[in-house]
Design a protein around this ligand. Structure first.
Ligand code: GAR
Length: 193
């Protein structure tokens, strides 16, 4: 069975979409573990409910200690694929080098638009609405050492509707995220030799 490690910093609805795809047998894989960006987030409760092992990044780790923590945790779980599902910390270069083309991220915009430092979660949708763009969407891409910068695997677009708020747009984009992310995971795991 192919193994996934998920990293999340928030409510974990994308993490849940992965769990659901596995439970519905659309995705043949196992979540070996969740790395939580901080204590108290919703993703941790979801992991516990599904008996998925969790490691929580201790608050206030210096960059070297964070790198060591991530390397030791990920290596222990031996994943075929590492999935950032709403994870807000930058991935250290050592991890990117150790797992080339094995780390993917989902981002709630049509990258390269509205990516990079400061563009995460609701901030992305606020910026899209303020810009007047007629469409937005989500992107799954490979992860490198910069925020939201690695090569794009696939995107889904949604319209920005008259009267949208950041929250209504976020909900429309999130719905696409929940179908796109498991689909890409399935494709990447199946294409591995
Ligand atoms: C998702 O919209 C994801 O695309 C975004 O955070 C949200 C997490 O929601 N990620 C980023 O902004 C990364 N730059 P979730 O915790 O419910 O999955």
């Amino acid at each position: 069975m192919k193994k996934i490690v998920v990293l999340a910093s928030g409510s974990g609805s994308n993490f849940q979409a992965i769990i659901d795809s596995i439970e519905n047998k659309r995705l043949h894989a196992e979540v070996a573990g969740l790395i939580a960006g901080k204590p108290g987030i919703g993703a941790i409760e979801r992991a516990k409910k599904h008996r998925i092992p969790v490691k929580i990044i201790p608050p206030d780790l210096d960059p070297d200690s964070l790198t060591t923590f991530l390397l030791e945790t990920v290596d222990h779980w031996k994943p075929d694929l590492i999935v950032l599902a709403g994870f807000l910390k930058k991935i250290p270069g050592e991890i990117v080098d150790r797992y080339p083309d094995q780390i993917i991220n989902i981002h709630p915009s049509l990258l390269p638009k509205y990516g990079g430092k400061g563009f995460y979660g609701i901030h992305v949708h606020k910026a899209v609405i303020e810009s007047g763009d007629p469409e937005s969407g989500c992107t799954v891409h490979y992860v490198n050492e910069k925020y939201d910068d690695g090569s794009i695997i696939e995107q889904r677009s949604v319209p920005v509707l008259h009267g949208d708020t950041p929250e209504t747009l976020a909900a429309r984009v999130l719905k696409e995220e929940h179908s796109l992310l498991p689909e890409i995971i399935k494709r990447l795991l199946n294409s591995e030799t």
